[in-house]
Design a protein around this ligand. Structure first.
Ligand code: ZN
Length: 284
């Protein structure tokens, strides 16, 4: 009887936590200035992201981060975009991963700073500024906490908060917790962001990459490369998971003109040579 009572008590506590999380968790975002309803704390997002990397790897038959020098290079570019811009205001421990998938042109972010790009997309780029554009855009989704907002809407957030909470406190995370995390990862992998999330990530990505010293035209070129890789009317995965509101390129160009009315300062680099040396020659 005592055991039953304890179990009931624990169940009740979790329900209560879930409710408090849902109604109580309003967070002010120091980067976007938004007041957001998210159920996961930054710490829980980080725990979720770390636990999810293995799930993502499994989805791609463990074909991720196979060539350490390329992974390190992508991380150097990603860290530069984060640490030399206002993205650093929320201290997510970013990790950038390369998925070996030569067909699917895509990049995506999990909450908490785990970011992935496929070899199919990487191989279509030709400068470090374009890569910084991809990574900056994905960092935008992380700091905009778009994944968490989505999970909160799917009402998975409460269960997830408990799951990652438990998993981090005892270091394990039992079967049920693993299941909830896996469910969340599935949601994230098939997630289609809304138009506002995309435009916000474009804006943030553009700001982060230029603060970090990259030529903002890299992000415009990225959109053009994605557009031109439509074959047989089938848009690349990146455009279907990151819907293209048509005038995205126009919006980006407007932003660039606003930010740099006197033209792009020559100190902002494209980094074609270092991209060729670190990526393209390894792909030949
Ligand atoms: Zn996006």
């Amino acid at each position: 009887v005592l055991q039953l009572l304890i179990r009931l008590g624990i169940g009740l506590l979790f329900t209560l936590f879930g409710l408090i999380n849902y109604y109580g968790n309003v967070a002010d975002n120091p980067i976007t200035g938004e007041r957001q309803r998210v159920q996961l704390s930054v710490q829980q997002e980080i725990a979720l992201g770390r636990q999810s990397v293995d799930d993502v790897a499994r989805q791609y038959n463990n074909r991720i981060d196979l060539d350490p020098p390329i992974t390190q290079y992508i991380n150097r570019v990603g860290q530069r975009v984060v640490t030399q811009s206002k993205a650093r205001k929320i201290p997510y421990p970013y990790q950038f991963h390369l998925i070996y998938d030569p067909r699917t042109i895509n990049a995506f972010a999990l909450p908490g700073g785990q970011i992935f790009i496929t070899t199919a997309l990487l191989g279509r780029l030709n400068s470090e500024a374009q890569l910084a554009g991809v990574l900056g855009h994905e960092v935008g989704h992380v700091v905009g906490r778009h994944g968490s907002e989505h999970l909160a809407k799917q009402q998975l957030g409460g269960a997830l908060a408990n799951a990652v909470g438990i998993a981090t406190s005892d270091g394990y995370g039992g079967g049920r917790q693993a299941q909830v995390v896996a469910q969340a990862v599935n949601q994230m992998l098939s997630l289609k962001y809304g138009r506002n999330d995309e435009l916000e990530s474009d804006r943030l990505g553009l700001a982060f990459m230029t603060e970090a010293g990259y030529d903002p035209r890299g992000l415009v070129q990225l959109m053009q490369i994605l557009d031109s890789s439509r074959s047989g009317g089938e848009p690349p995965e990146f455009l279907s998971t990151h819907p293209n509101p048509g005038n995205r390129v126009v919006k980006l160009k407007e932003l660039i003109t606003q930010n740099f009315p006197n033209g792009i300062p020559p100190r902002l680099e494209q980094g074609k040579q270092s991209f060729t040396q670190n990526v393209l020659v390894r792909f030949q």
